[in-house]
Design a binder for this molecule. Structure first.
Ligand code: VGL
Ligand code: ZN
Length: 199
């Protein structure tokens, strides 16, 4: 068994081929993650969970297109197609993901005015999701990440895990990225700089 908690990031229909914000070959991570879920005693999932009309949706900004950026009170925000809307099929976990053993599902991005890439903090880098407190109270010191997307939610989560004092690894084979304007390279390097172990 692997030590610590496995945190599976956003393996949801909208991030898989055919979904609203499909990550190329995103569905390929599912069998790998199912194997990881078997090898960890403790599994946590995250679920991107936006209300309709969320401020990260390009459709909420007249004249703006998906993948453009806007200035929000908390800094620059990339705009996305409408995705992972609460209660829709696109927000469900991939049907082949074997998630039943998960001990916690942490939902994020549910505040209309703030996006949340990280499983620990919303994009203002101040509003906590509660995950750090949960992990500490459970006595976990080591977390391992896999899922979607490498260069957004996985990377921001792994970096925040380090900043919150956890040992953090990312299993790159079990992740796929969006790669906007070189974000795969930038975020991979940032993870290395923050002491995330890339496996
Ligand atoms: C994500 C963009 C918007 C992710 C979520 O899961 O990486 N990316 N919402
Ligand atoms: Zn989102």
């Amino acid at each position: 068994m692997m030590e610590g908690a496995l945190i599976v990031i956003d393996v949801q229909n909208d991030f898989c081929p055919g979904g609203a914000l499909a990550v190329e070959r995103g569905d390929e991570v599912v069998p790998l993650i199912n194997g990881l879920i078997k090898r960890f005693d403790h599994v946590i999932l995250t679920q991107d969970w936006h209300p309709a009309g969320h401020s990260s949706f390009a459709s909420s900004h007249p004249g703006k297109l998906p993948f453009e950026t806007v200035e929000m009170p908390y800094g620059e925000q990339t705009l996305w197609p409408d995705h992972c809307v609460q209660g829709t099929p696109g927000a469900e976990f991939h049907p082949q993901l074997e998630w039943t053993k998960a001990e916690l599902v942490i939902r994020k991005g549910f505040r209309k005015a703030i996006d949340s890439y990280s499983a620990f903090f919303e994009n203002d880098h101040q509003t906590p999701t509660g995950l750090a407190g949960y992990l500490r109270e459970r006595g976990f010191t080591k977390v391992t990440f896999a899922g979607l997307a490498t260069d957004f939610c996985v990377a921001y989560s792994a970096i925040d895990a380090r900043r919150q004092g956890f040992e953090a690894s990312v299993i790159l084979q079990a992740c796929r990225g969006i790669d906007l304007a070189g974000s795969m390279e930038t975020m991979t390097q940032r993870m290395r700089d923050e002491g995330v172990a890339l496996i």
